[in-house]
Design a protein around this ligand. Structure first.
Ligand SMILES: [Zn+2]
Ligand SMILES: [Zn+2]
Length: 263
């Protein structure tokens, strides 16, 4: 088993030393741990910059890869926050800065704010979901320097109402087709269980089913852990969701090359 999306103290929102994350993953019996710390160029928040100390981060990845090589395989990754416009150039530069094994592309901001601010000023409730996925579609139409799309329907976490996806099914299908054409993966991110959203995982089962119907087969399982005790959280449920949606293999990455394992 592996966990393909985790954070360490190199991320602004984590205090977990990389060694502790790897030691815990090893104790849990994982064969691989992808460390994917945050970098969000131009992040629109005064308090959180989601900057990254690139050189020291890369050095720590390499040192820990070596230190743990007989116990667990460290997959050297990064999670890049995607924003439209000129930021996409910075996203691409970031992805190419070091020879990462895997790059997660994620949406963390919307409407000019950190998603966590829940600032949807100027928008009617019904506009939020179509606008969010419209921006995702525009960005992914021109930006492809990532391997896994992070926590697809993360927007759901920040809404105080149950989102209605019936009107955006075609738009989401178009996004999924881009990912399928580029052989990208989508993740089943189990942080939904930590955020009280239970089995409305990221991606949700309805998105996973649509992805599979369209021919998508590339999936990963990840916890988005920011602490050791969150690693591989609820992975039994994640496997059940993926199997019941018809998936049989997981994507794994080395040097940005995708291969597959059974699960
Ligand atoms: Zn993220
Ligand atoms: Zn993350």
């Amino acid at each position: 088993m592996n966990d393909y999306h985790t954070h360490t103290s190199f991320s602004e929102d984590s205090e977990a030393p990389m060694e502790q994350m790897l030691e815990k993953a090893y104790q849990l019996g994982l064969e691989q741990l992808a460390v994917t710390d945050h970098y969000d160029p131009d992040f629109p928040d005064d308090e959180w910059t989601f900057d990254l100390d690139f050189d020291n981060y890369w050095q720590a990845l390499c040192e820990n890869e070596d230190r743990f090589k007989d116990k667990i395989e460290l997959i050297k990754g990064i999670e890049i926050g995607i924003l439209p416009g000129d930021t996409l150039v910075k996203c691409r530069d970031t992805a190419e800065m070091f020879p990462y094994d895997v790059v997660i592309g994620s949406f963390h901001a919307f409407n000019g704010y950190d998603l966590d601010r829940r600032n949807f000023a100027g928008m009617e409730k019904e506009e939020i979901i179509p606008r969010f996925y419209g921006i995702m579609y525009d960005c992914l139409s021109s930006y492809d320097d990532f391997d896994i799309l992070g926590h697809f329907n993360i927007i759901d976490r920040y809404l105080d109402f149950k989102p209605d996806y019936s009107g955006v099914r075609d738009l989401i299908a178009e996004i999924l087709k881009i990912l399928i054409n580029e052989d990208k993966s989508i993740e089943l991110n189990t942080s939904s269980f930590r955020y009280g959203m239970g089995e409305r995982t990221h991606a949700s089962k309805e998105i996973l089913l649509l992805y599979r119907d369209l021919g998508g087969r590339n999936v990963t399982i990840s916890s988005d852990a920011h602490k050791p005790e969150q690693i591989a959280l609820e992975f039994g449920k994640a496997r059940d969701i993926l199997r019941s949606a018809g998936f049989e293999r997981l994507s794994v990455y080395k040097g940005r090359q995708r291969s597959e394992i059974s699960f």
